[in-house]
Design a protein around this ligand. Structure first.
Ligand SMILES: *Cc1c(COP(=O)(O)O)cnc(C)c1O
Length: 415
């Protein structure tokens, strides 16, 4: 088993041990070079000029990461006033933010309208609400291409079993509802779900989506969403998404559509995971090892409050073990263990029945691919403090980009 972090020189001029001593564990660590590399790959998927990549910031909304995305020329998708607030703070101008919301109040809509932020509406009811608040205004509509995809049913966001978007047979009513308020629908967007490794469904949904888009007149943009997968089992050789092949097919479909419908129409995409997942890892410390009946448990400080994905979706994250600043390989044997956190829940499992090198108390556990839906889904459950975040810069030097919470942070909201 090779080490991904070592092969990528992930920790630059510092070692995991040094980072753990300096900032404590658990700790989110990001690598700037990998982040920028992934951003540039996404910018290259469509061989066309009028194409923008909107980074979906629910994936990871650390201000330093947002600033890098801005510097790299990305636009951004926000799902809430909180995300809009963070983007403005990071320096994104309002016209580079797209608000893709669902089921929101007048107050939330006005928050975006007042700032001149383009808003995508996800139902006829929301179109009417927007129309009452902003008659004659401009908006986008999210449509359901009838096909979804994703790594878990909870993240499939199109097709028949989802709350999202306007279905095909409601499109005419949606257009009529917009007309009642003189709303101008200038864009349509879709997002079929998260994490595809085989683009077949995506391309099929894209064709449906583009043909549904033809029912709208006066479009200025179409936005085909995100969902690009990353190899979560890279240590056992899982292949990356073949972006070259994907890009060729995508470009062909999109160019052909634009030739027929207007070459001026801007194409947008909304990747999240692909951009942020692989540049982030979590370092945690092994504090206890024990056998309960047949099972060997490795007890760490990476609770489900730090990384909820394994307990929420039952998904795999690769794990590396570090000891004395060096990755531990399986040359001294390996065994099946269950890696758990420090939260009072039986479901607090990071990896069940996983073959790992022989682990000792005091070792560091390094959880890979934790940059997306990691910190952004972290919580203070059990009144645990959310971890610090550190960036290893292009110069290989570590910088604190979010401090660890302190005990008093847990009390700030009480009157
Ligand atoms: C979450 C989300 C994305 C990003 O999805 P990824 O799978 O992380 O690429 C894009 N668009 C919308 C509307 C989303 O909700």
């Amino acid at each position: 088993m090779h080490s991904f972090t070592e092969a990528r020189d992930f920790f630059g001029k510092v070692s995991p041990e040094l980072l753990a001593e300096r900032y404590g564990t658990p700790l989110y660590v990001y690598n700037e070079a990998i982040l920028r590399e992934r951003i540039r790959e996404m910018k290259g998927i469509l061989k066309e000029d009028s194409f923008t990549v909107n980074y979906s910031i629910k994936t990871n909304s650390n201000l330093s990461i947002l600033k890098i995305a801005l510097e790299e020329g990305l636009n951004a998708d926000a799902m809430s006033p909180g995300e809009i607030h963070a983007l403005l703070k990071a320096g994104f101008p309002a016209d580079r933010i797209f608000y893709v919301c669902n089921n929101v109040s007048d107050e939330e809509m006005l928050f975006a309208i007042d700032k001149g932020i383009m808003t995508s509406l996800d139902s006829i009811a929301q179109i009417r609400r927007f129309g009452r608040l902003n008659p004659g205004g401009r908006c986008a509509v999210r449509i359901n291409p009838g096909i979804g995809d994703g790594h878990h049913k909870k993240v499939v966001t199109a097709g028949k079993n989802t709350k999202f978007a306007v279905a095909e047979n409601d499109i005419d009513d949606a257009i009529r509802a917009a007309g009642e308020y003189d709303l101008k629908i200038v864009g349509v967007n879709q997002h079929i779900g998260s994490l595809f490794m085989d683009p077949g469904h995506f391309l099929e949904a894209l064709r449906n989506f583009l043909s549904l888009a033809e029912r709208f007149s006066g479009l200025e943009f179409v936005d085909f969403g995100g969902g690009f997968g990353i190899p979560y089992r890279k240590l056992s050789g899982e292949e990356r998404l073949d972006l070259n092949d994907f890009s060729e097919k995508l470009t062909e479909i999109v160019c052909e559509w634009r030739m027929r419908n207007g070459v001026h129409i801007l194409i947008k995409s909304e990747p999240g995971r692909y951009i942020a997942a692989e540049c982030g890892v979590i370092l945690g410390r092994v504090h206890a090892i024990k056998n309960n009946f047949e099972e060997k448990y490795i007890g760490t400080d990476i609770g489900m409050n730090v990384l909820v994905r394994p307990s929420m979706y039952n998904v795999w994250h690769d794990i590396e073990i570090y000891r004395d600043g060096r990755p531990v390989d399986d040359s001294h044997g390996s065994e099946a263990v269950t890696v758990v956190g420090n939260i009072c829940e039986t479901g607090d499992v990071l990896a069940a029945n996983r073959m790992l090198p022989m682990i000792k108390e005091g070792d560091l556990v390094c959880v890979l691919d934790a940059g997306a839906y990691g910190y952004s889904m972290a919580s203070c459950y059990n009144n645990r403090l959310r971890p610090a975040e550190v960036m290893i810069g292009l110069d290989g030097v570590d910088r604190l980009i979010r401090r660890r919470e302190e005990l008093d942070d847990l009390l700030t909201l009480f009157p």
